[in-house]
Design a protein around this ligand. Structure first.
Ligand SMILES: [Mg+2]
Length: 341
């Protein structure tokens, strides 16, 4: 069994502006495990300003762990990557791809026998001027998307309220609108802004403020449901968030949690608490996105997931999964179904 690391850099078609920074390109590393000609693929793509590990840390840890992969499987390599979730996600992902190939089933079916074959996804509308955001939103809806995610918190509350209202007016009542503030507001501002948006029928707001307890406070006092994303990075964090009883949606990023096995643990916890799972990619390569797609298919619900990120990149390491009518089609061949060309 041989492990190989292949670093990559992918440019975004236009910079992604969030409330904390602007991102122009993505640096990641592909992990491949070759077992007698059968190859499993994984992707590590930490997000600058979001992840706690840099790409250099991730490569360094993966190179060390790769030496501990033994002929029977991961050995203690995965344990060595505890605390570097993106690196663990890549190695665990490659092993899962390999296992599904051997079992001759799509990865999603290995994760859950009830996996679905197409996954509804949201279009992302980056924080931008109102007219541009409205144009992007209308274009996404005519392309078949039924859910839109808008970044908020980078502009003033007045501008955010105006932009969200204008988009609701432009796309009509049947399209789901969800927000992501990336923790930009304090508790009082979050409650005030969400209150002003009560008429626009916002489905939920991710990270209206920073920290699980503060988000739960907003959730308990706001008409708009709230979601945790970067404030809940581990299984323990997710347990804590669900325990508040005021957080209705949990964003599950297989890349940030440490791989498909840990993501499915999170999914089970969230469903047991009768909360909603939204699976998202991190503008990672087509390999990383495909891993998140299989987890979303294993979730098995009609909830829209945040997986339509490949079109944001100028090029990619492999052919990205097609998006048709606002859904990603889940590969039906054994394993991940995506590998570098
Ligand atoms: Mg988010």
């Amino acid at each position: 069994m041989t492990v190989e690391l292949t670093p990559y850099e992918l440019r975004l078609a236009s910079p992604m502006v969030t409330s904390y920074r602007s991102i122009e390109s993505r640096h990641g590393v592909l992990v491949s495990i070759d077992d007698a000609g059968s190859v499993g693929w994984g992707d590590a793509c930490p997000m600058e300003g979001w992840s706690r590990s840099s790409i250099d840390d991730v490569v360094h840890h993966l190179a060390a762990a790769a030496k501990h992969v033994d002929p029977d499987g991961a050995g203690d390599a995965l344990d060595m990557l505890e605390g570097v979730p993106e690196a663990r996600a890549a190695l665990a992902g490659a092993f899962h791809d390999l296992s599904a190939r051997r079992a001759r089933v799509p990865l999603a079916s290995l994760l859950a026998p009830t996996a679905i074959d197409r996954v509804r996804v949201n279009a992302s509308i980056g924080a931008a001027a109102t007219d541009r955001a409205v144009r992007d939103a209308v274009q996404a809806v005519s392309a078949g998307f039924t859910a839109l995610k808008l970044k908020v918190g980078a502009a003033s509350p007045d501008d955010d309220v105006t932009r969200v209202g204008a988009i609701r007016h432009a796309v009509g009542d049947d399209v789901e609108i969800r927000l992501d503030a990336n923790g930009a507001w304090d508790v009082d501002t979050a409650i005030a802004v969400l209150d002003r948006l009560a008429d626009t029928n916002v489905a939920f707001c991710e990270e209206p403020t920073a920290g699980i307890d503060a988000i739960a406070t907003v959730g308990s006092r706001s008409v708009v449901p709230v979601a945790v994303d970067e404030s809940a990075r581990t299984i323990d964090d997710i347990i804590q968030a669900l325990g508040t009883g005021s957080i209705q949606v949990v964003v599950v990023k297989p890349q940030a949690l440490g791989g498909p096995d840990l993501a499915m643990q999170a999914v089970d916890l969230v469903h047991a608490a009768q909360a909603t799972v939204v699976v998202t990619s991190m503008i990672d390569s087509a390999i990383g996105v495909a891993h998140a797609v299989h987890v979303a298919a294993a979730v098995g619900t009609e909830v829209a997931h945040g997986l339509a990120t490949s079109p944001l990149l100028v090029g990619d390491v492999a052919r990205a999964l097609p998006i048709v009518d606002g859904h990603v089609l889940v590969p039906t061949q054994p394993g991940l179904g995506v590998s570098p060309v």
